[in-house]
Design a protein around this ligand. Structure first.
Ligand SMILES: Nc1ncnc2c1ncn2[C@@H]1O[C@H](COP(=O)(O)OP(=O)(O)OP(=O)(O)O)[C@@H](O)[C@H]1O
Length: 383
């Protein structure tokens, strides 16, 4: 019996840039009624001037509260949305595809995993159907029925659904949430991609199984040398799972760097707010008084701004406790924090190269902390 097992991608240097976007922008037109015909057209400024680089063998987390534009970035990178401006390069080559054969070729390399595995699998079809279809679409089903069966077994083995025979003929409703998400991941792997865009892949799963799915993704990253974009509300899980973390607020990137640095020494007042809002088991283990003394608190209040008329200057300025006149008028560029880790923040506080630890914690007002971004779902419990 000859079988064509699912091949392992060719070895590549782990830091090879596979997918990058520069100046990525998406403005959604606002639907208008007859009475608005003579008024200027309005747009939702969902994503503005985003730069992102995904490397093979690395997880990049994109963190921000609801409505900050994370899913839009993922859909732009997946070429599911037409971009308003910017460039997307796959292995250095600019790509714009709109359906058809070129879109399928792109999908073979860049696959998306969605938040809700139940919605992303067709309830009337079995696991076998979903995976066979993915293998056939991407020309990887093999030549014979035996090839196909071996490839199906291989895919299920990769997502640790073993023995495969137990799962192949099951319908989505016969599987747990975690098993369904593993099937969705197996289906994505059926294309033999180089990049996975995972849009909140664990936020709809029971807390107890989130870590297992994240560990699986990390294992796949290492074994298949995948570049992974991990979208989440939960900055604590980014620290655990991602190599690099980017923080997004109201459609713009505000901070980035290696995950340990961004989560342990956050520079942007918004990142500080996110971290303060997200209980981290490591921090919570400490004494409460000690915590209050050693952790800078930015008690910013308020709500994210309207993206139809976003604030001038820094979009976080209406909520920022460190706001300066310049923040209300001038858009801050990325300032390199010169700590040797590639850490940067788009915040005027760092205009003169002040180190990340120099932001005075005591300037917080006495208001309540802002609504917790990401405290409700998507959280991973560390072992
Ligand atoms: N198709 C669309 N048409 C108009 N506006 C849209 C569309 N899709 C998203 N938006 C708007 O773009 C902004 C960013 O949405 P997006 O879903 O990317 O945010 P998010 O950070 O992923 O939020 P969540 O975590 O809740 O999914 C929001 O204001 C949203 O209402």
């Amino acid at each position: 019996m000859t079988t064509t097992s699912v091949p392992t991608p060719a070895a590549a240097p782990t830091t090879e840039v596979v997918l990058e976007a520069e100046g990525l922008t998406k403005h959604f037109p606002v639907r208008r009624g007859v009475r608005d015909l003579f008024r200027p057209a309005l747009h939702v400024h969902a994503v503005d001037d985003v730069h992102i680089t995904l490397r093979r063998g690395r997880v990049t987390a994109l963190v921000g509260e609801s409505g900050s534009g994370k899913s839009t970035v993922a859909r732009l990178l997946a070429q599911l949305f037409r971009r308003t401006a910017g460039d997307i390069r796959l292995r250095g080559e600019s790509v714009t595809v709109r359906g058809g054969r070129r879109f399928r070729a792109y999908c073979r390399q860049v696959q998306m995993i969605f938040q809700d595995p139940f919605a992303s699998l067709n309830p009337v079809h079995t696991v076998r159907y979903h995976l066979t279809r993915a293998l056939r679409i991407h020309g990887r089903a093999g030549k014979t029925a035996a090839d196909l069966e071996a490839n199906l077994h291989d895919l299920l083995g990769r997502v640790q659904l073993t023995p495969p025979e137990r799962y192949l003929d099951k319908f989505p409703h016969e599987l747990s949430g975690g098993q369904r998400q593993r099937v969705a991941i197996a289906r994505a792997l059926g294309a033999d991609p180089q990049v996975l865009l995972a849009d909140e892949p664990v936020s709809m799963l029971d807390v107890s199984i989130r870590l297992g799915v994240l560990n699986l993704l990390r294992d796949l990253k290492e074994r298949l040398n995948l570049g992974i974009l991990y979208i989440t509300h939960d900055i604590a899980s980014a620290r655990y799972f991602a190599d690099e973390t980017l923080v997004m607020y109201a459609g713009r990137m505000v901070e980035g760097g290696d995950s340990e640095t961004v989560t342990q020494r956050p520079a942007h007042p918004y990142t500080r707010l996110l971290i303060e809002s997200a209980p981290d088991p490591d921090r919570l283990q400490g004494d409460a008084h000690e915590l209050a003394e050693t952790t800078p608190v930015d008690r910013a209040g308020g709500e994210p701004p309207s993206l139809i008329r976003p604030p001038a200057g820094c979009r976080f300025n209406p909520r920022c406790v460190h706001v300066m006149p310049k923040c209300r008028t001038d858009l801050p560029p990325r300032f390199d924090l010169a700590d040797g880790t590639g850490h940067w923040a788009a915040c005027w506080l760092y205009e003169n190269g002040a180190p990340a630890t120099d932001v005075a914690p005591g300037s917080a007002d006495d208001g309540d902390a802002a609504p917790a971004a990401g405290t409700d779902n998507g959280r991973v419990v560390k072992p």
